[in-house]
Ligand binder design. Structure first.
Ligand code: ZN
Length: 422
């Protein structure tokens, strides 16, 4: 082949190839017209699904699937089936709850699909409702003298909801002479959907019996101080994340009482009550004018080998209508204090229970948090108790009274004493 022929042949091949590409491009740029018009139908189907109108969505999808044999439509129909079942489980859980079938109700609730994002957000609230209802029923049985029946009811319930700590606690108290109603279950660990529950142990394995200690030590840390300190310190040992050493705290919206003053008074009252019980109390401060960072405070608790480190605070929020008490403890994932999580959570819940019992304050529950320096540096079980919102006019006025403060202190002390098992 001479050079010219060869060149010609190349031209022919290249142009053929190009025309092929061009044709392909044409196809790409013009998808089957049907696909575009169906996208609106898909959108409609999605909208129907979002508002639980599954039948209408299904009708649309069936049509698409028939005309087009569309994979997407079929997948969506499968999803609808899951959602339908999930909605059914949720509704059934609610009905079973109403008819007093608590265990069955909880079991049905656990059938809510992890794909059902809409219902999934309602599961925690429903769990709390069921636990509350079962406790109320048990309390009713107990007060009418049917202790055995109450116990049976609760034990049956725990078979399917083994994480309900408030229920476990109540069963425990049924065996003691004076059980008291376990307050809100909002602080119980909520079950996680899609994780098989049966493999979990029904109740945490009892720890070995330890002989009672001679003297228990509790460190009380009244939050803040006269002047905050904005200098930074690491939020945990070896952490590169820094936070101010100690902030100045909030203030009573009506009373103008600073947080550091309120919480010192509360802590001193708690101290009195604990001392009466023979507990040794260490205070991080007894006056307003100190310079103690959050690390310093945790170190005081550590160095005194405290059985519990209770940090007493009050809350503030922009929304003045917000009120109630809450508590914080390290999560199990906390890289410094994770091993203290379960004890700390127990202490948090017991103290909140005590406060609610004494004051009737709104219980906002105990939450895990790993962003508090004073928690992360603690080597002993630790809790932050938020004793109310000073930015709520009513709560601010209430907590400024001698009577309410004393009730609050009694509640906190009762929780601590219960935690120590005294
Ligand atoms: Zn505070």
């Amino acid at each position: 082949m001479d050079l010219r022929k060869c060149f010609f042949a190349i031209i022919v091949i290249v142009s053929l190839a190009l025309s092929g590409c061009a044709q392909k491009e044409y196809v790409m740029a013009n998808p089957e017209p049907s696909k575009q018009s169906y996208s609106k139908l898909y959108e409609d189907a999605r909208d129907y699904i979002a508002s639980d109108r599954f039948d209408e969505a299904e009708e649309i999808l069936k049509k698409i699937a028939q005309d087009q044999n569309e994979k997407e439509a079929r997948a969506m129909m499968k999803e609808i089936n899951t959602l339908k079942e999930s909605l059914h489980s949720y509704t059934k859980a609610s009905e079973l709850l109403d008819s007093g079938k608590f265990r069955e109700s909880f079991e049905s609730l656990m059938e809510v699909s992890s794909l059902d994002t809409k219902r999934l957000t309602l599961v925690p609230e429903m769990t709390v409702k069921i636990r509350k209802a079962v406790l109320e029923k048990a309390e009713g049985l107990r007060t009418s003298g049917n202790d055995a029946e109450a116990k049976e009811l609760l034990e049956d319930y725990l078979m399917s909801d083994p994480g309900a700590e408030s229920v476990i606690a109540y069963v425990g108290r049924l065996n003691s002479p004076q059980p008291t109603m376990t307050k809100p279950t909002e602080t119980d660990p909520l079950p996680t959907i899609a994780i098989p529950l049966p493999t979990e142990p029904a109740v945490e394995a009892p720890t070995e019996t330890i002989l009672p200690k001679e003297v228990y030590v509790v460190t009380l840390d009244p939050g803040h101080q006269l002047n905050g300190s904005s200098r930074l310190e690491p939020i945990g040992p070896d952490s590169t994340v820094m936070k101010p050493r100690v902030s100045s705290g909030t203030m009573g919206i009506e009373t103008k009482i600073p947080e550091h003053e309120l919480v010192l008074d509360l802590s001193l009252r708690v101290r009195e009550l604990l001392i009466e019980k023979g507990i040794e109390v260490v205070m991080t401060r007894t006056v307003a004018e100190v310079d103690l960072s959050n690390i310093d405070r945790a170190k005081i608790a550590n160095e005194n080998s405290s059985d519990l480190f209770v940090r007493i605070h009050a809350n503030g929020a922009n929304d003045t209508s917000v009120s109630g008490i809450s508590a914080y403890y390290p999560s199990t994932n906390n890289q410094w204090a994770g091993q203290l999580s379960s004890d700390s959570r127990r202490a948090s819940n017991l103290i909140l229970e005590g406060i609610v019992r004494e004051t009737g304050a709104k219980d906002r529950g105990a939450r895990a948090s790993d962003s508090y320096t004073g928690i992360n540096w603690s080597e002993v079980p630790v809790t932050i108790i938020e004793t109310g919102f000073m930015t709520n006019p009513d709560e601010d006025l209430l907590i400024s009274t001698d009577e309410y403060r004393q009730k609050m202190a009694i509640g906190i002390a009762e929780g601590i004493i219960a935690f120590l098992g005294l």
